[in-house]
Design a protein around this ligand. Structure first.
Ligand code: AMP
Ligand code: MG
Length: 324
């Protein structure tokens, strides 16, 4: 596959609607976008980037009206901040509606949402008519791209469309503000300052930890935030081979491909008949939830092949097994 490099917004919008991957310019860097309502498309983002784990992705919308159907609450503080700082580098983290894919939020009950300060990006999203989940359009570990040519170099053979919106202004990343608890909390410092936010809505807490990627593991807020990641109530145990699973009452099985014999299990979820990791990633959280609804004593999960999306799935499994 070779990406279509174009300035045609409507072609790119149509591709997004059709579940394709579309890179587009924002005011910060080029984003790699997919419909936030399409789990397979979102799985494709992680696959194309080669990310070894699932991070929550920021959802981009064209205007406030477009954000509202996807959040379960829209407090006055959100309205004030949106009025003041959108479009712009402020991401608001709010309780999500179920229609936003779990893969977008990495199983969190909240979604980070913002309006990019880039006309072409907003036109694209408005024409697509779907909220667009997008991390930076680079391969894992590589530099974030600020031109369409950078995107083509890194991802040209892995995505569908590159919408050339010219070079990015390369602002700072967006500030991320959690509006789901008692006190508004800055999770990442960025283009909108704490002072500006406080001037608009009063005092906020700041809990940014150290790095960016590892923030949720290292920040003081982390334990709480991590627990909000989806972890099953049943005990989750990992194995490499179901032959090694001891007999026991009310056991469930989560597996990539159909097992030769699953009669020992009370509930079985097969993620892909053909072993397709993208399909597996798209259905992963939903399958885990279905198993969890069965009141099992133990859910056994067979480790995924340690390659491509399999690595991110294994990382997610290990976290879910550890969170208790
Ligand atoms: P970026 O790398 O600029 O695309 O920002 C993505 C970052 O936004 C993630 O790594 C998270 O740290 C943060 N983020 C997105 N959604 C959420 C959420 N629901 N809760 C907390 N942090 C979020
Ligand atoms: Mg990045």
């Amino acid at each position: 596959m070779s990406a279509l490099l174009t300035q045609d917004v409507s072609a790119a919008a149509q591709a997004l609607r059709a579940g394709k991957l579309v890179a587009f310019a924002t005011e910060t860097v080029y984003g790699l976008g997919a419909s936030a309502l399409d789990e397979t498309a979102v799985a494709g983002i992680f696959e194309a980037k080669g990310r070894p784990k699932f991070d929550p992705l920021i959802v981009h919308v064209a205007d406030v009206a477009m954000a509202r159907p996807y959040v379960a609450e829209w407090p006055d503080t959100a309205a004030l901040l949106a009025e003041r700082f959108w479009p712009g580098p402020l991401t608001l983290v709010l309780p999500k509606q179920p229609v936003i894919s779990d893969l977008v939020t990495s199983g969190l009950p909240t979604v980070g949402i913002r309006i990019p300060d880039h006309r072409v990006a907003r036109d694209l999203i408005r024409q697509a008519g779907v909220p667009v989940a997008a991390p930076s359009a680079n391969r894992f570990g590589c530099i974030s791209p600020t031109t369409a040519a950078h995107v083509a170099e890194q991802l040209g053979d892995r995505i569908d469309v590159i919408l050339d919106g010219g070079p990015c202004r390369v602002g700072v990343e967006s500030t991320i503000l959690l509006l789901a608890g008692e006190t508004p909390t800055v999770l990442r410092l960025g283009g909108v300052t704490v002072e500006e936010i406080e001037e608009a809505i009063g005092p906020v807490a700041v809990s940014t930890g150290h790095g960016t990627d590892e923030r949720s593991e290292t920040s003081p807020l982390a334990p709480g935030m991590l627990k909000k990641h989806y972890a099953p109530r049943s005990r989750l145990q990992l194995c490499d081979d179901i032959a090694a699973v001891p007999d026991g009452p009310r056991q469930g099985l989560l597996t990539l491909m159909p097992p030769p014999d699953a009669s020992r299990f009370d509930a079985v979820e097969v993620l892909s008949e053909t072993g397709d990791l993208r399909e597996a990633a798209a259905g992963f959280f939903a399958a885990l939830r279905r198993l969890d609804a069965r009141n099992l004593s133990t859910i056994w999960a067979v480790r995924f092949p340690e390659e491509g999306l399999g690595r991110a799935l294994n990382d997610r499994l290990e976290r879910a097994a550890a969170e208790d």
